[in-house]
Design a protein around this ligand. Structure first.
Ligand code: OOB
Length: 548
């Protein structure tokens, strides 16, 4: 079944322009790995320190991808099929991803934190034929989750498990003798579906092509100084767009460099790996960057190999940014990116002031940036407004979401990022806020509407509004304002949290705080004023902070 053309694509004139400019090189991931394996067969591609520790060379990764591709084809997984992938930071992540890339099946990149509600949606909505999981990771048994989801999604034909499969199929039993792949994916076709942080009831899916994503990889490598001697530490969850591509693990593999997988991002795990493997760069979200800078003061580990620390996913405060070089002895690069495409970096040779006060500038000369008012009128340089963007690696629409696309994109194809920014005279972007209804919990995105829908299912709840509240560590946390039904049993805050958790949601989406009110403040036209709710909870937190 070939179904790779059903993503809203780039108009022909743009595709031609991006090819002519040399951005789209006509490469695919499957071939890319083959070429690296031919050039650097014995260099180490992936280091997985878990258990006894594993070091796969490029030749080995390539051969594994070939064998798994053959085994998947034999089991009827083919071009265009969707496969939900939910693996932690283990070597098999890359074996599976490259096997799927080779046959043109599309990985759907779930995060390890996702639970029944999210996974059921990904499997059902994408009509996935397979779901790939670990047996148990961080104390959680994914096999039970798979059993539940499979009962609800009959089209899900396979569950492949890394480790002990239980009632499912062991991934280790799938590989077969390599075969010639008849209908190889082409560079302009879809490579995978990434998840949007989103602001809607369910996460949207982001269709990325080989051409566009590979462009973001090699140009990120140039901007971040990644070459075959680099060593990238993957400390964040590998499936997220930031550690995947900015420049991330895939950027590192593109360069013929080494990827080191950290099972957890904490300094006690990451610092010994940096010393042992000579890690040269890594990417972190702001709360972790703070933890690292503090831990570096007391560490006995030698971190001197670290050249570059990328920080992004949420706003990094200027104060925290200034501490990076003195504490870690490396260059900071701020990254302001999104799974939909556009990625901005401060450059390695930018003056310190720009590095600590801005979120960088776009990767590509052909990234079009507009800063507009509420009516889409362009604003002068320096004014704060909505960021719209279009370019050689930014999608033109979400996967199978025409109604949503009509709102999220302008008629001429600019993506409405939902971010509120300002452009400096030097062409750098400063993120000033957000217009989308989302909470950015230290880089983990929570769509207000998604959580509201879950809380509304509670029998005692009449109405709910989920907003962000300021937090010293995460930047923001989630506060749910709840109006109970008249005459309903009184409910405690903890009960609401438990209710949400029991509906099978990623733990980071459970509200951090629940406030009960009789009614919501309203805007002039009678909508819930989330602005007033945010101000109310911020004031409440500030007053309790001064009292203590
Ligand atoms: C990254 O990707 P997503 O898709 O999880 O989230 C994108 C959103 C942006 O629209 C923005 O609201 C926020 O995350 N964001 C930042 C930021 N980086 C991302 N807000 C302020 N300052 C920053 N530096 O988060 C992502 C993807 C690729 C690279 C880096 C981050």
């Amino acid at each position: 079944m070939t179904e790779t053309t059903d993503a809203p694509g780039y108009p022909a004139e743009f595709a031609e322009r991006y090819r002519a400019a040399g951005y789209w090189r006509g490469e695919t991931f499957g071939r890319m790995l083959r070429e690296r394996a031919q050039k650097y067969p014995d260099r180490v591609a992936v280091v997985d320190p878990a258990g006894e520790g594993r070091r796969w060379t490029y030749a080995e990764l390539d051969a594994r991808a070939d064998r798994l591709a053959a085994g998947l084809l034999a089991r009827g997984v083919g071009k265009g099929d969707r496969v939900v992938l939910q693996l932690p930071n283990i070597a098999e992540f890359f074996e599976v991803v490259f096997a799927l890339f080779r046959i043109g099946a599309l990985p759907v990149f779930a995060l390890p934190a996702h639970r029944e509600s999210e996974i059921r949606h990904f499997c059902a909505f994408t009509e996935a034929v397979a779901y790939v999981i670990p047996d148990v990771s961080e104390g959680y048994d994914y096999r039970a989750l798979a059993t539940t989801v499979r009962a609800d999604v009959p089209g899900l034909r396979h569950v492949f498990v890394v480790g002990d499969p239980g009632e499912h199929t062991a991934l280790a039993d799938v590989p077969a003798e390599p075969v010639v792949i008849e209908d190889e994916p082409r560079p302009h076709e879809l490579a995978f579906l990434q998840l949007s942080g989103g602001s809607t009831g369910v996460p949207k899916l982001i269709p990325r092509t080989h051409d566009d994503y590979i462009y973001s990889l090699w140009s990120s490598n140039e901007i971040c100084g990644v070459d075959e001697d680099s060593v990238y530490l993957c400390a964040l969850p590998a499936a997220h767009n930031f550690p995947l591509s900015s420049p991330g693990t895939l950027g590192a593999l593109y360069a013929g460099a080494r990827v080191v997988l950290a099972p957890r991002p904490s300094p006690d795990v990451a610092f010994p790996l940096i010393e042992r493997e000579g890690v040269t760069l890594t990417g972190l979200v702001p709360p972790l960057a703070l933890v690292w800078t503090e831990a570096a003061a007391n560490t006995t580990h030698d971190l001197s190999s670290l050249d570059v620390l990328l920080v992004g996913g949420a706003k990094f405060s200027e104060e925290a940014a200034r501490r990076v070089r003195p504490a870690l002895g490396c260059t900071l690069q701020q990254v302001f990116g999104m799974a939909e495409g556009l990625v901005n970096y401060t450059r390695l040779d930018d003056p310190e002031e720009i590095v600590v006060t801005t979120q960088g500038r776009p990767i590509s000369p052909d990234d079009e940036i507009r800063v507009v008012d509420d009516e889409d009128n362009d604003l002068p340089v320096g004014a704060t407004g909505h960021l719209l963007t279009r370019g050689p690696y930014t999608i033109r629409g979400y996967w199978r979401a025409p109604e949503h696309n009509a709102r999220s994109f302008t008629a001429d194809g600019f993506y409405r990022t939902g971010d509120v920014v300002r452009l400096t005279g030097t062409g750098h972007l400063v993120v000033e806020g957000r217009a989308k209804d989302q909470i950015n919990r230290g880089g983990e995105k929570v769509a207000a509407e998604e959580i509201e829908n879950h809380i509304l299912a509670h029998p005692s709840v009449h109405d709910v509004a989920v907003v962000s509240m300021p937090d010293d560590y995460l930047g923001e946390r989630t506060c749910a304002y709840v109006v109970l039904r008249e005459g309903a049993e009184p409910v405690k805050s903890l009960a609401v949290k438990k209710f949400v958790r029991a509906r099978g949601l990623a733990a980071f989406k459970v509200p951090d705080r629940v406030e009960f009110v009789d009614a919501f403040p309203q805007t002039g036209i009678g909508k819930v004023s989330k602005k007033d709710l945010r101000a109310a909870i911020a004031a409440q937190l500030a007053s309790t902070a001064t009292k203590h």
